[in-house]
Design a protein around this ligand. Structure first.
Ligand SMILES: Cc1cc2nc3c(=O)[nH]c(=O)nc-3n(C[C@H](O)[C@H](O)[C@H](O)COP(=O)(O)OP(=O)(O)OC[C@H]3O[C@@H](n4cnc5c(N)ncnc54)[C@H](O)[C@@H]3O)c2cc1C
Length: 384
């Protein structure tokens, strides 16, 4: 067993930290206020190889693993979660890399790493969130095309993406319910496609979120990811496995960032004639927060390491995602509390971190759905 990061990993972590610390603080509050995707930061992150860093070299990426992706996400979120989500500009490329045909990989992966395209993945619908098998968006086969009708809700990058991986009912007649789905790449300049940006989000406001409509959107049948019919559900589950680890790293990042701010603040702020850090109640709080963050980090790295070593463990992944989400919310809450009244004012970044943290308990599977997965894996079929 080896808990040491490799030199390469240490360099990547440092590069991510330097980039985020150098670029985000001056603009983060403004992007949050304007609810605007930071295109300039995204472009710079592409130039440095951060976007799609897990994409193989032959398709324009650095060919790194998901542990490295998680580390970079953590460092970005540590400085600012909203700006940090520029790393999701290739959300769905994991699917193309894993299952796509050679043509799909050549066409859709390189533009993502070169700053020429943004993508997203559209699963959730107005009436199908946690229960993804209930989606209604229909991709009807018509000769050499799929004709897509339906709507999607809360889609990251939805109004700025050049293409989207869309989870559809494509084979409604399939005997097994699990084989009725396909993931289809839709280019967003296709006639019949429209996106409406959602504003007024509580947090990660620099991250784009949109509602999508598909009205007779025609897509060549070659855009079915992998070209093998009936594989959509298992492809999406695999994407969840990967991206739950990435979401967990967001929880760790926001928690670590909040903890850093709290440590600085309690050393500086004096009450009753001494720095807050002098009170044992405050020391215990800092000790607990640091321990929670470290526990979530170890679990997340382990889950990521398992993916990179082809030992996917959905139970461990869900544990990491649930714990890191909870730690993100708990630590930002405590860190704000340690700032007293100042923490409640937007002038202090901790106010934004507190708002940003909550999303980790919601997307990529809510905390309840993560616990369902953990319990199912532990209890098995208890009815027998
Ligand atoms: C900012 C943002 C970005 C997002 N980005 C994307 C994206 O890029 N792509 C995408 O497809 N989706 C995205 N989502 C959607 C997100 O994944 C869903 O919101 C989430 O899966 C929950 O679905 P829902 O909102 O419909 O809630 P519901 O599924 O209706 O759940 C409501 C509540 O009931 C609980 N619940 C539901 N079922 C059970 C159960 N069986 N047992 C116990 N409790 C249960 C849930 O945990 C939750 O607390 C995003 C959402 C947000 C807010």
């Amino acid at each position: 067993m080896d808990f040491e990061l490799t030199n390469r990993q240490k360099q990547i972590r440092l590069a991510a930290r330097e980039f985020a610390e150098g670029e985000f603080p001056a603009v983060a509050r403004e992007y949050d206020r304007r609810e605007e995707f930071p295109r300039d930061l995204w472009k710079k992150a592409c130039e440095l190889g951060f976007i799609g860093l897990f994409i193989k070299k032959e398709y324009g990426g650095l060919g790194l693993g998901f542990v490295e992706f998680a580390m970079v996400m953590e460092e970005f979120w540590r400085v600012d979660p909203g700006c940090g989500n520029i790393l999701l500009a290739g959300f769905g490329s994991e699917l193309i890399q894993l299952y796509g045909t050679e043509e799909q990989k050549k066409k859709y992966l390189p533009p993502l790493t070169k700053g020429k395209a943004i993508m997203g993945t559209a699963i959730t619908e107005p009436d199908a969130g946690s229960d993804i098998l209930s989606i209604l968006t229909l991709a009807r086969k018509d000769g050499n095309e799929y004709v897509i009708n339906g709507s999607k809700q809360f889609i990251t990058n939805g109004s700025i993406a050049n293409y989207l991986a869309v989870f559809c009912v494509a084979y409604p007649e399939a005997e097994s319910r699990l084989r009725r789905f396909g993931v289809i790449i839709v280019e967003t300049d296709s006639p019949g496609f429209s996106a409406l940006k959602i504003t007024g989000k509580m947090g990660i406001r620099a991250s784009d979120t949109a509602e999508l409509r598909f009205s007779d959107v025609k897509v060549p049948k070659e855009n079915l990811i992998g070209m093998e019919e009936g594989e959509g559900f298992s492809q999406i589950m695999q994407l969840f496995n990967i991206n739950r680890v990435i979401a967990a790293s967001q929880g760790i990042g926001v928690a670590q960032g909040a903890l850093d701010k709290a440590i600085q603040y309690v050393k500086k702020r004096k009450q009753f004639g001494q720095p807050l850090a002098g009170f044992q109640a405050i020391q215990f709080k800092i000790a607990e927060m640091a321990t929670w963050v470290e526990a979530a980090r170890v679990l997340t790295y382990q889950a990521g390491w398992m993916i990179d070593h082809r030992k996917m463990d959905p139970k461990l992944i869900s544990m990491a995602k649930w714990l890191a989400g909870e730690v993100g919310v708990k630590v930002t809450n405590e860190a704000l509390q340690l700032h007293g009244g100042y923490g409640y004012i937007a002038e202090y970044d901790i106010e934004r971190f507190y708002r940003d943290a909550k999303i980790v308990e919601i997307y990529e599977g809510t905390k309840e759905i993560e616990k369902n997965t953990i319990a199912r894996e532990i209890l098995g079929d208890y009815r027998r």
